[in-house]
Design a protein around this ligand. Sequence first.
Ligand code: SAM
Ligand code: DTB
Ligand code: SF4
Length: 331
Amino acid sequence: MDGALTGNTTPGEVEYGPTVRHDWSRDEIAALFAAPFNDLLYQAQSVHRQYFDPNEVQISTLLSIKTGGCPEDCGYCPQAARYDTGVEAEKLMSVDAVVAEAARAKTAGASRFCMGAAWRNPKDHDLDKVCDMVREVRNLGLETCVTLGMLRDHQAQRLSDAGLDYYNHNLDTAPEFYGDIISTRTYQDRLDTLGHVRDAGINVCCGGIVGMGESRAERVGLLHQLATLPDHPESVPINMLVRVAGTPLASEDDLDPFEFVRTIAVARILMPHSMVRLSAGRETMDDAVQALCFLAGANSIFYGEKLLTTPNPGASHDQKLFDRLGISAMD
Ligand code: SAM
Ligand code: DTB
Ligand code: SF4
């Protein structure tokens, strides 16, 4: 990678930096994963510095606008109706209540507000309300992101017309492990939704979950899928499984935290322009591991006491961590 021409030069100038590639092979990605930890982090941090300020982290706040009662069977998810997790099904929130939460998030320092709904897919009449939420949250001066499940092409277009900045839809894992986790929708369904989002001109937020019992080769498979998409997702959330009692993955073994850091580092190297989000799982993650994730090129987090239904570190804890590391929030 080192020394590759970026192609962003004007005549007479030579600028060196990582080439953005879409043709990564699984073997190449496996070799990155297998590198000595220090070599991998050095490479990831070097790539990171070519595109980003290494001391800035973007902060997003999540809100569950429609909680629980989901018909899908995602094995990790506390919101699936079929698992007894204690999450009560609720109706879609009102636009005013969502806007009030967004205003609070902005005051607390978030630059993006992400709204999640426990749907297999939205109905057209639900989208009327979600589009109003997007317009009003945007008027507060926040970037908007929604995650609503599978989308049809006209639905992606409606969200785009409402001014939506990002759509989150994760591939979750490698295609060959996917069937162990979810049976109610296919990998191809997910790729189709991502295509509709891209075609509608909305930025793509797409990543996955690690620590679900997948092998390293399957973590390689997830990142291979993401890095060989026709365009890399603008935002790549890497979630550590939050084990929730009542879900099939409740008693999954711990993943070695260094393996999580490696996953972040490899994502950074493969997708140098993308924001890589240290996403779910920080509540049980040591501060030192989080610091290693930032060193590995993570430059976005979810901020605020709650993710969708599970806890996240408190804002004051994160503020202290940022101060200890000399990190500031990206505008
Ligand atoms: N229902 C929509 C869907 O599945 O696309 C949107 C909401 S869903 C909760 C969004 C994402 O959250 C999932 O794709 C998954 O990657 C992540 N997620 C859900 N439960 C999780 C858990 N227990 N640990 C880590 N990530 C989780
Ligand atoms: C993403 O990749 N992670 C976020 C967001 N996108 C929507 C969700 C994490 C959910 C963790 C489990 C919960 O709080 O319910
Ligand atoms: Fe439903 Fe989304 Fe949870 Fe799957 S991840 S059960 S689709 S809310």
